[in-house]
Each structure stands twice: as structure tokens, then as C-alpha cells.
Design a protein around this ligand. Structure first.
Ligand SMILES: [Zn+2]
Length: 143
């Protein structure tokens, strides 16, 4: 999914639900980005932030396996950096926050830069989000 409204349409800024758990903050490209998990949902979201709000990524971990969490984090980190660099194009006149209609357009050199920044972010975040994921899994099994 995509936090498309964050930069362009203020009224569509994605808000985090109250069920999220803060994991860490980490540098993603130019920005410190807040990372959350949501033990009550699946799928993932990100928001590039606006005004006083920092960018964030939230991964839903309800009944997810670990590789799925890694994939979701990679997807969102990549998309967040690509968007910050202007590589995510929306269809003209689109007011949708869904990412299915968007196109990522970049040269191989730009792809390398985006991949490098997403990789650095993952190296920093993965140990922390794995800890939070395991804790949330344990809590669910204890219920
Ligand atoms: Zn996406």
C-alpha cells in the first residue's frame, strides 16, 4: 500500500491506528523514519510525513510468518525512498491512496541508489523488528 496522500493531498494523510507498537526510528534515505508493527492487522503502510510529522512505516504482523514481515518492510522502505526521490508516478487526477495504479520509474543508477538506502535501513531495522515481532507472536499465543 502507499501513503500517497501525504505529500500531495493533505486531507488524505494516513493516520496510524491506536493498536500500533513503536519499534524504532532509523535513517531511510534523507529522513529519520519511525517504524511500527501492528499486531492486529496484516499488510503494511507508509507515510512520507508532512509538516511536523516524521515519515513512518507500519507492518501488520497478525498471523504473519517472519519472511512475510521482511518482504513487507522491504517493499515499504523501497517505495518510501523511491517516492522521496520522485520515482513514484500517480495517474493524473488520482485521489486514491491505493498504490495499484502507480508506476515506479527510474534508471538503473537510480534503482541502485534506492536499493542501497533501503538496504541500509533494513540492516538497521531488521534485528529490532524481529524482536518486536517475536514478542507480539508470543503475546498472541498467550491469549
Ligand atoms: Zn506498495
Amino acid at each position: 500500500m502507499r501513503g500517497a496522500g501525504c505529500r500531495v493531498e493533505k486531507e488524505k494523510v494516513l493516520k496510524l491506528p491506536k493498536t500500533v507498537i513503536f519499534v524504532c526510528s532509523a535513517r531511510l534515505g534523507w529522513h529519520k523514519t519511525l517504524v511500527y508493527i501492528d499486531p492486529t492487522t496484516r499488510g503494511a503502510n507508509w507515510c512520507s510525513g508532512d509538516n511536523d510529522d516524521r515519515p513512518w512505516i507500519c507492518v501488520g504482523v497478525n498471523r504473519c510468518w517472519w519472511p512475510g514481515v521482511v518482504s513487507a518492510l522491504l517493499h515499504e522502505a523501497f517505495e518510501c525512498v523511491a517516492d522521496a526521490r520522485g520515482h513514484v508516478l500517480e495517474p493524473l487526477g488520482s485521489f486514491d491512496t491505493d498504490s495499484d495504479g502507480t508506476t515506479l520509474l527510474m534508471t538503473h543508477a537510480q534503482f541502485s541508489w534506492v536499493a542501497a538506502k533501503a538496504g541500509e535501513f533494513l540492516a538497521d531495522v531488521l534485528p529490532k523488528i524481529q524482536k518486536a515481532f517475536n514478542k507480539a507472536k508470543k503475546a498472541r499465543h498467550a491469549q
